[in-house]
Design a protein around this ligand. Structure first.
Ligand code: TRP
Length: 378
């Protein structure tokens, strides 16, 4: 039977996320595993505290995390690998993954390899090469502003480090057929031929450090769940080339201001908060667009309370801006019982975001002098 795509139906691929996202279905469909309490305990043994994104299941799934911890406990340290496709401004949704990645880097004291896929965005977006280069520079400032350690963080740029990456991508691509890529990514006969090759470039950082250091090093990839099809393929290929399968840990999407079921995207500027937004813009966007789980009238809200589960402002606090569990629980309780109003909840969030952004924007300016320190030199 042919399945028809219904209104609001979920679609999650590296290049399109749409519809109502159902994470339990994703877990089944992609074949990733939920992060068990036992694994959380094992992480906590090394990190002392548990990041709130783990406790609150913002990072909700993984592949082979147990292997990473087993090896780590044997003294075989892993490295982290994540990346950014530079095609526009950075928004809060991008930051979720990177903030957690920095926590992992600090707690486990490991290297991070950070890939900028300017080739990918040139191939998949209707933008010029020059425009992509401009966004890449801007995006680097945001990554650096988060405070990664330049001594342990290496930026690799697909076009600029082509001499290093391309020979390895070739080895990967020789093991992948067109039909595998077509199935994994939904590419079509008329897709451009660069896009068919592309996934081999994204596979490379998962084993490049092993090549450079001439020994196999386990790799852990923190990433948003839409990138999983790439790494499913990478995991099939790398053992054939003599390397470990990379492990991964996946987070859910920070929703757009318009509702909790989608993914924030910078192509819809009104429902995304950009890292360069002014305090006034943040105020305007949250007040005007942040979907509220509150009641229609003050009276009704006081009587029946609001619903934090569908309230975007509450969800931003839960996923990103209120690390303190007690404070979050109090906000939730007060909102549910009607003591806290939707407008008041929005003001709490606006303050949090603007405090964060004022610091981030200062660091972003300072980052201009640091870019060179981060770019890998070989
Ligand atoms: N393809 C990713 C994007 O579009 C960028 C990326 C490259 C990436 N390597 C990665 C993301 C590893 C997460 C992990 O943004």
């Amino acid at each position: 039977m042919v399945e028809k795509k219904k209104e609001g139906e979920m679609k999650v691929t590296p290049w399109e996320v749409s519809g109502d996202i159902d994470y339990d279905r994703i877990i089944k469909k992609f074949g990733v595993e939920k992060i068990s309490d036992n694994l959380l305990d094992r992480i906590q043994k090394h990190t002392k505290d548990l990041h709130f994104m783990l406790k609150r299941k913002v990072f909700f799934a993984h592949r082979d995390l147990k292997f990473i911890l087993d090896e780590y406990e044997k003294g075989n340290k892993f490295f982290l690998y994540t990346g950014c496709g530079p095609s526009g401004p950075i928004h809060l949704g991008h930051l979720t993954t990177w903030i957690f990645t920095k926590w992992l880097q600090d707690k486990f004291n490991v290297e991070l390899w950070f890939q900028f896929t300017d080739d990918e965005k040139f191939l998949f977006k209707n933008k010029s090469y020059e425009e992509i280069q401009k966004w890449m520079y801007e995006n680097m400032l945001d990554v650096i502003a988060l405070g990664f350690d330049p001594k342990k963080t290496h930026f690799i740029i697909d076009t600029q480090h082509a001499n290093l990456i391309y020979p390895q991508a070739l080895r990967v691509s020789k093991k992948i057929s067109f039909s595998m890529v077509r199935a994994a990514f939904g590419l079509k006969e008329d897709s451009n031929i660069g896009s068919i090759f592309y996934t081999s470039m994204q596979a490379v950082p998962a084993f490049l450090p092993s090549i450079l250091k001439k020994k196999n090093i386990p790799c852990l990839i923190p990433h948003a769940i839409d990138q999983d099809p790439h790494f499913r393929l990478t995991r099939d290929i790398l053992p054939k080339l003599g390397y470990y399968k990379p492990a991964s840990i996946q987070d859910s999407f920070l929703p757009p201001l318009s509702g909790v079921k989608g993914k924030m995207s910078s192509t819809e500027a009104n429902v995304a908060i950009l890292t360069t937004d002014s305090p006034k813009e943040v105020e305007r966007k949250i007040r005007k667009y942040a979907f509220s789980g509150g009641r229609d009238t003050l009276e009704e809200h006081r009587k029946h309370g609001g619903n934090p589960d569908i309230d975007v402002s509450f969800q931003y606090l839960r996923m990103l801006f209120e690390p303190d569990d007690k404070k979050l629980a109090k906000i939730e309780k007060d909102y549910r019982c009607g003591k806290l109003l939707s407008g008041e909840l929005k003001e709490i969030l606006i303050k949090k975001i603007n405090t964060f952004l004022s610091h981030h924007q200062k660091e972003r300016v300072k980052a201009k002098n640091k870019v060179d320190k981060f770019i890998l030199k070989i």
